[in-house]
Design a protein around this ligand. Structure first.
Ligand SMILES: [Fe+2]
Length: 371
């Protein structure tokens, strides 16, 4: 770490922005040398080589301003040993059905599929589905990488996320504390494949989680108000990536529609330069977008960070969105009295509890003071 980066922390104004919008962009959080090393590593990769665990990628957090910023604002976390290498080639709108069950070319906002992270995604069918809703559901959950297990917490998605986190099937989402998106190429114009976010929607998501928990203790997908599948979608088997109650709060007269007349919340494309980073709270709805106007592939390295206090004995690798299960859904051991699912629900319903350096700002913002 060089002199300049040592001990960088968020200003009070930046913390207010993080509270209000659910994200903050840190200009020049990563040095040009670290950015270049990551780009060189991507360039020299063999076809199909997994780069997420290389030090060139993990250094983007471990050797940059991002670590001191998060230590101060959030708390201690395991230094990432893995990451998601988010490369998106230049492409035209496609005919295929996307995860929410619409043809990619029909989706507004460069194909954004805004979602809360941590939900199981089995590839959606590419033919319009027939039969009853139950038949479509049963067929869908039987097509994951582990085959037909029925409705079970052992079902995994093609994104290696379990259908439910817990044996009781009361937690339908994995969770963590913070996203970090590190930008490696010029993403200062919209439509270049960047990450898109729904600013402010983290508050609505947290409130929704609380309502779910208060209703019957089930949180996330398949909890109250959040069916897994959308049978009104074009293929009759799209994923409900955002519960309707949250979705409708972000629709207005400027919202664009799919051909069936349904309106979609307009996300904000986060515009960044190489070396910039975006930090968000876990709860923020987000999506990658189509790289339609870029002149090169979009390159963003994505980290999922969890405050170490949630489970001090669990190693979080920096890429998993469900660290209390193995990457392939394996069951981990927890000592008596340590219920990881209830702890996760607590964190999902009280997002600032895991942001230790935000306490004063949260207090100030919640009483509406701006002094
Ligand atoms: Fe995601």
């Amino acid at each position: 770490m060089n002199e300049r980066t040592q001990g960088r922390t968020l200003t009070l104004e930046e913390k207010r922005t993080l509270y209000r919008d659910g994200y903050i962009i840190l200009k020049k959080a990563v040095s040009p040398e670290l950015v270049q090393a990551a780009l060189d590593r991507i360039k020299s990769a063999k076809k199909g080589e997994f780069l997420g665990g290389t030090t060139e990628m993990t250094n983007l957090v471990n050797q940059s301003d991002i670590t001191p910023v998060l230590h101060e604002a959030m708390g201690y976390f395991d230094p990432p040993v893995a990451s998601q290498v988010g490369v998106r080639k230049v492409s035209e709108p496609g005919d295929y059905f996307n995860n929410v069950g619409y043809r990619d070319k029909h989706m507004p906002y460069y194909g954004a599929e805004s979602h809360v992270d941590g939900s199981m995604t089995i590839m959606v069918p590419q033919e319009v589905q027939e039969g009853s809703e139950q038949e479509i559901y049963d067929r869908y959950i039987a097509t994951g990488p582990k085959g037909d297990l029925g409705r079970s917490p052992d079902v995994m998605g093609h994104n290696f996320v379990p259908m439910f986190e817990d044996p009781e099937m009361s937690l339908g989402l994995g969770s963590f504390t913070a996203f970090v998106f590190v930008c490696l190429n010029d993403q200062t114009r919209e439509g270049c494949g960047q990450t898109a976010l729904l600013p402010g929607a983290h508050h609505a998501v947290e409130k929704f989680f609380r309502q779910q928990r208060d209703t019957n203790g089930c949180v996330g997908v398949e909890g109250p108000g959040w069916p897994r599948l959308d049978h009104q979608a074009e293929n009759r088997c799209g994923l409900v990536y955002l519960p309707e109650e949250v979705r409708e709060q972000f629709i207005d007269e400027t919202s664009e529609s799919t051909p069936d007349g349904r309106k979609w919340p307009r996300p904000t494309q986060i515009l960044m330069e190489p070396g910039d980073a975006c930090i968000t709270v876990y709860q923020i709805p987000h999506s990658g977008t189509r790289n339609q106007h870029g002149t090169e592939s979009r390159k963003t390295i994505i980290f999922r960070i969890r405050n170490k206090a949630r489970q001090p004995d669990v190693m979080v690798n920096g890429v998993s969105d469900h660290p209390d299960r193995g990457q392939m859904g394996e069951w981990l051991e927890f000592e008596d009295g340590n219920n990881p699912w209830e702890k996760s629900k607590d964190a999902m319903c009280n997002m600032w509890d895991e942001w230790e350096g935000m306490t004063d700002v949260v207090k100030e913002m919640q009483v509406g003071k701006t002094a």
